[in-house]
Design a protein around this ligand. Structure first.
Ligand code: F3S
Length: 391
């Protein structure tokens, strides 16, 4: 892989041990994917920072980087961390676990991490054709497919190295010619957030590898597009979906050029939702909305609904957001009285909720439905956002 004079100096250690180490990783990876060079990036997003996922080796790895003087050289955000400060029915996580997650967060902040969220585009929205290096599948899909930015679907450690160096190997989605759709997926127009999430998930099951051209979504709210992409990114490997009428890559006539076609049927969507509904209702159940993290608009809608009704919520309700939403203590107190808790900067999906005695999570996220049984250790079912009231 070609390296500029400056990059050679970075590699040789002139800019410190951490930069040299990160450069070695990028060169090795770049060579393995036959990248011709490195390309400067403007925003890195790191994933995989839950103590439950990376354990002691992860803590040591990140802390070791800070000891070697690592600093992020570009704007950098990180995924939400494990919700280790959460309590449920009087149970809490062990202090040791909380301390370890705290050490991971502290190390990332000391290197320059600006926020912990899986919606980094609410912190800094990338522009058209901007080269970035993001991990977190739902954010990568949004950046490529809606913002028109250029990023591969990075692994968490690779994105960490790219944040330090401020560069990424030039391959895959960074090259405009690689961004053409290879298969047409026709989907039914969703009529809710939940349906959009399931449509995306089923589309990804049909085509797990190729870049799809998505037709039929129609004009839906941006948050439903996010739900669709989060679902798609769960069941497929694609970093980009060219969405009719939404993606900058989309142009009229493209559908005729794509030879292979598959279709998600409306009945399949409804069947999937019905099959994944919960039929048990007990005290170990919680509602969880915000996978990916809720937008300001979604949060306003949910709060308005909650505050303007005398109806009672059936189970504790968790709303998951990033620091880009400020509510004020008074509102949070009122929400708490109604059984609503605000979970900030965390990801319940990568938190072992079974350790708190949570038995069941009801959510409108296809991504959470897929991952929570394994990662959070709880059974998970689908529910729509406004079905949370008794009676
Ligand atoms: Fe975000 Fe965690 Fe879901 S990172 S997209 S809340 S799995």
């Amino acid at each position: 892989m070609y390296l500029s004079k400056l990059e050679e100096r970075m590699l040789s250690g002139e800019f410190g041990e951490a930069v040299s180490r990160a450069m070695r990783v990028l060169v090795k990876f770049g060579d393995s994917v036959k990248a011709e060079k490195l390309i400067p990036i403007t925003h890195a997003h790191i994933s995989g920072i839950s103590i439950f996922n990376i354990g002691d080796p992860g803590v040591s790895f990140i802390e070791d980087l800070t000891l070697r003087g690592a600093k992020f050289s570009v704007f950098t955000t990180a995924n939400p961390y494990a919700a280790v400060n959460l309590d449920f029915n009087g149970l809490t996580f062990p202090q040791e676990l909380r301390a370890k997650q705290g050490r991971i967060n502290k190390a990332l902040v000391s290197m320059g991490a600006r926020a912990f969220t899986c919606a980094p585009y609410f912190i800094r929205r990338p522009e058209l054709r901007e080269h970035i290096a993001w991990a977190e599948s739902s954010a990568v899909l949004y950046a490529n497919s809606v913002c028109g930015a250029l990023t591969n679907r990075e692994g968490g450690p690779l994105a960490l190295m790219e944040a330090i160096v401020g560069r990424a190997p030039y391959w895959g989605m960074h090259i405009p010619d690689n961004r053409a759709p290879e298969v047409l997926i026709k989907v039914p127009k969703p009529s809710s957030y939940l349906e959009a999430a399931v449509c995306g998930y089923l589309a990804g099951m049909l085509e797990p590898y190729r870049v799809p051209l998505i037709s039929g979504l129609g004009l839906i709210p941006d948050d439903w597009v996010r739900a669709f992409l989060a679902g798609l990114g769960t069941s497929s490997q694609t970093p980009l979906a060219v969405i009719e009428g939404v993606s900058p890559e989309y142009r009229e006539g493209l559908a005729a050029e794509v030879r292979d076609k598959v279709e998600v049927d409306r009945l399949e969507v409804m069947r999937f939702i019905n099959e994944n509904r919960c039929r048990v209702d007990d005290g170990e159940t919680v509602y969880m909305f915000g996978c990916p993290h809720l937008s300001v608009k979604e949060m306003s809608e949910v709060i308005e609904k909650l505050m303007n009704t005398s109806k009672v919520i059936k189970h504790e309700l968790w709303l998951v957001i990033g620091d880009y939403i400020r509510l004020g203590n008074e509102l949070e107190r009122k929400l708490l009285e109604k059984g609503v808790r605000i979970l900030r900067n965390v990801c319940p999906v990568v938190t072992k909720l079974n350790m708190l005695g949570v038995g069941r999570v009801l959510t409108d996220s296809a991504k959470a439905l897929h991952y929570m049984p394994k990662l959070a250790g709880v059974s998970t079912s689908l529910v729509s956002r406004f079905e949370v009231f008794k009676g």
